[in-house]
Write a new protein. Structure first.
Ligand SMILES: Nc1ncnc2c1ncn2[C@@H]1O[C@H](COP(=O)(O)OP(=O)(O)OP(=O)(O)O)[C@@H](O)[C@H]1O
Ligand SMILES: [Mg+2]
Length: 312
């Protein structure tokens, strides 16, 4: 894997910002015991403008809310940012039962006495980590009120029955939220106002071609183009409401390519990973038509991938 900072310089991300991040890394070292929490990127986030906005906001001490449709790289970017800033990462998956005790911590009996068992937000605040509040709008707003003081200028966490702890100057919270999924809610104004909000765009065409190349170095170039075209065709159809957004799924597109490489035909792979994401029979037919117009359904591995290159 290439070095992330090198990648960003090659992408043309502002050198001044990257230099400042380097100074941030020097200023805030990480305890050895938390080093393993600094995530190694499995892939890079593509999108120069988003990178620059995210880096600038974090350098200004802001907490970030990454908002956008599914599979727009929100978690990839959050992990990449923790790596770039060399911060340990705590991931908190939100759901309706998340409450203050889960986030901050709670009393527990250790066999001899009652002790405080810190939660992920407490640890992240204390250790100067990046806390990813994943799918933050899945939680009830009442449960999130506990974060208000941590997120605003006060930068404190009040642990009931214990002391207040100061949030480390290196700590940042990065929320992700997806509108449109069943079960998601709108974030209340008080919480929104405590984040810099980044609207996550759909990946640009050129970046998608490069992502396909990174993920599948052995994919034929003509096929990369066809896959990318199929994706944007689905986007156009979803935008004009001819099909639902369910079929517009980059994760599904990448999964389909992986299945083809395992020997599944193009039609079956795209059916499993794209078409069947809609549950309405009529709409499935429409999505299948879009695919059929772009790609033959009987392509096998040899038609999509070069035999000569890696097939891991
Ligand atoms: N701009 C991008 N750069 C790199 N990868 C991207 C980009 N957009 C989407 N992806 C790819 O899409 C897939 C999903 O990424 P990720 O899990 O970060 O999305 P997400 O926005 O968190 O989705 P969800 O809202 O469904 O949780 C990954 O394989 C990722 O590589
Ligand atoms: Mg996600």
């Amino acid at each position: 894997m290439r070095d992330l900072e090198q990648f960003l310089r090659e992408e043309g991300v502002s050198g001044a910002l990257l230099d400042e991040v380097a100074r941030f890394r020097e200023q805030y070292s990480t305890d050895d015991s938390f080093r393993e929490r600094i995530p190694a990127p499995a892939c890079f986030y593509y999108g120069k403008a988003v990178w620059e906005k995210a880096i600038a906001a974090l350098l200004c001490g802001e907490n970030l809310l990454l908002a956008g449709p599914k599979a727009t790289g929100k978690n990839v970017l959050a992990g990449n940012l923790a790596h770039l800033f060399a911060r340990p990462l705590w991931n908190v998956s939100f759901h309706v039962n998340v409450d203050a005790a889960y986030l901050i911590g709670s009393d527990t009996y250790d066999g001899t006495k009652v002790v405080f068992r810190p939660g992920p937000v407490y640890l992240c605040a204390k250790r100067g980590g990046f806390g990813v509040l994943d799918e933050i709008n899945m939680a009830r707003n009442e449960a999130l009120a506990v974060l208000h003081a941590a997120l605003d200028f006060r930068r404190v966490i009040d642990v009931a029955g214990y002391d207040k702890i100061d949030v480390s100057p290196a700590a940042r919270l990065i929320g992700t939220m997806n509108y449109g999924y069943a079960g998601t809610r709108d974030l209340n104004e008080a919480l929104c106002s405590r984040f810099a909000i980044l609207d996550m765009p759909l990946i640009a065409r050129n970046d998608l071609l490069r992502l396909l190349g990174d993920t599948f170095p052995d994919m034929k170039e003509t096929m990369r183009l066809q896959f990318a075209e199929l994706f944007y065709e689905l986007e156009r159809k979803a935008e004009s409401a001819e099909v639902s957004e369910r079929a517009l799924d980059l994760r599904g597109l990448l999964d389909a390519a992986a299945l083809i490489r395992k020997g599944v035909s193009s039609g079956d792979a795209l059916e499993m990973c794209i078409v069947n994401k809609t549950f309405d029979a009529y709409e499935r037919g429409l999505v299948m038509d879009v695919i059929r117009a772009r790609l033959p359904l009987d392509l096998d591995k040899a038609a999509v991938f070069d035999k000569t290159e890696v097939t891991s």
